[in-house]
Design a protein around this ligand. Sequence first.
Ligand code: FMN
Length: 200
Amino acid sequence: MKRILLFTLMAMLITGCKTDKSADNGQEQNTAIYTILTRVSVRHFTGEKISDEQVQTLLRCAMAAPSAVNKQPWAFVVVKDEALLQRIGETFPNSCCGRGESCAFVLCGDLQKAFEPVPDFWVNDVSAATENLLLAAHAMGLGAVWTGLHPNMERVKQAQELFQMPEHIVPLCIVPVGVPAEQPEVKDKWNESLIHYNVW
Ligand SMILES: Cc1cc2nc3c(=O)[nH]c(=O)nc-3n(C[C@H](O)[C@H](O)[C@H](O)COP(=O)(O)O)c2cc1C
């Protein structure tokens, strides 16, 4: 009887924690933590298309990010057009676009929605949305990479022109997404010397 109770309790705990049963190490059993610790930048893609549902899930995850005073001062351009993807790659060689990605997301700040006393918070907010999108892509078996525009104002201007954005929309970064054609090794970034307790 005791044994049955123990098994039931264990099963409940495992299900409640949304565990990935294929992982064996304690820390890696939680799928969210596993996703965070195994995400890597992917810069080459197979050319295979991802579905509209997948695109929507990625956007939903981006919009679930925290933001200062919950202003959600973000906006997104989803680029699927092949010619435009190539053009992004030519205009911004750092963007890794034109390498078989299915689409690219341009994550932007909307200055009209920013928190007025500290408008620059939009950068933090859209960064949080970007990380959410990267993690969601990885969790879905897709590859992605954050490629920077802002605060390089020359790139920001070029992107505003390329995507025909109004002035109050400031592109932060471009994230190409697709089916990975490479599996970069996960970097172990743990560094205990960076941690200070209570005071520096
Ligand atoms: C703000 C920011 C800008 C970045 N810009 C670029 C970029 O322009 N091109 C690129 O290939 N990767 C870019 N990256 C990705 C980083 O190179 C990458 O995250 C870093 O090398 C760590 O590797 P990992 O993502 O695989 O952990 C950028 C990342 C951040 C956070």
